[in-house]
Ligand binder design. Structure first.
Ligand code: SAM
Length: 89
């Protein structure tokens, strides 16, 4: 994780950002609803655009559900290396 924190300011920003994403990711009702919506919609012909990807969880889910192509867009630059790493894993 350390290579994604370029400086002290970014570290403080991540201390604010990560708990917000942790809260969203820990909400089983939300997660089930989002995943079910993707499961019903995504096929091997799908091209998925995830705008406001956060940690990339739904872009990754779409890829795992077999989408042909997935693009994740996130305005918070500090989250980009995290999305990349999770997608690779
Ligand atoms: C409520 S979070 C949802 C994150 C993720 N989609 C999820 O469901 O866990 C919204 C995300 O959208 C990003 N965001 C907000 N406005 C954006 C924009 N104009 N372009 C790209 N990302 C944006 C925020 O930085 C934040 O990470």
């Amino acid at each position: 994780m350390f290579e994604i924190i370029p400086d002290r300011k970014a570290y403080r920003r991540l201390q604010h950002l990560l708990p917000a994403h942790r809260t969203m990711l820990a909400d089983p009702v939300r997660n089930r609803a989002f995943f079910e919506a993707l499961r019903r919609s995504v096929t091997s012909r799908s091209r998925v655009l995830d705008v406001g990807a956060g940690t990339g969880i739904w872009a990754i889910a779409a890829a795992r559900l077999g989408a042909r192509r997935v693009v994740a867009i996130e305005k918070e630059r500090l989250l980009i290396p995290l999305i990349r790493r999770l997608a690779e894993e």
